[in-house]
Design a protein around this ligand. Structure first.
Ligand code: ADP
Length: 169
């Protein structure tokens, strides 16, 4: 089956989805005809949110973007991308540390699937410092002002479910 070069898959852990992820989704959706946002499920990796929770949040965040669909997969990302019929994997780069990792990953993926290209978008300057790991630390350790702090870092619908994970409902 030939793969569609106008269809990209943006795969990640999204644990939780951040403002940086959403920015990349919006920009990817503007570039490609179709964008599939894919939550990777790795049973060996401990996550804060379940795959279903992450999918539901991403669906809410992308509800207004017509050409975006949200899914989940386990196994190799390239296999999911091929099953989708997409020819492109979209990834974000925040800085040198990302480049190092992403280069290795994209070369490995190319050897597994030479007909699938990885396309990188540079993070927007206002989001380069944002990572899911950092956000989890703030949610866990933050004081009374934590809701306001998180609103700068994650889309609004993510704040309450994220805080509930550490501090109850
Ligand atoms: P993974 O476990 O695959 O690294 P992530 O959910 O952390 O999953 O990230 C998925 C993709 O989004 C990666 O390409 C990552 O570089 C990119 N990304 C993460 N945070 C940002 C951000 N703040 N701005 C732009 N891209 C980002």
């Amino acid at each position: 089956m030939s793969l569609d070069p106008r269809h990209a898959v943006y795969a990640g852990s999204f644990d939780p989805p951040t403002a940086g992820h959403l920015d990349l989704i919006r920009r990817g959706a503007a570039l490609f005809g179709r964008l599939t946002v894919a939550v990777g499920v790795n049973p060996d990796k401990q996550t804060l949110m379940t795959a279903d929770e992450r999918v539901t949040l991403l669906e809410e965040l992308t509800a207004g973007i017509d050409n975006v669909r949200v899914g989940s997969f386990s196994g190799l990302t390239v296999d999911f991308v091929r099953d989708e019929g997409a020819a492109v994997m979209l990834r974000g780069l925040r800085g040198l540390a990302d480049i190092e990792l992403e280069l290795t990953m994209s070369l490995t993926n190319r050897s597994l699937a030479p007909d699938i290209e990885t396309v990188f978008l540079m993070a927007n300057a206002e989001y380069t410092h944002i990572s899911s790991t950092l956000i989890k630390q703030i949610a866990k350790l933050g004081g009374p002002g934590v809701t306001g702090q998180l609103r700068e870092l994650v889309p609004a619908p993510v704040v309450a479910p994220l805080l509930a994970k550490y501090h109850g409902e």
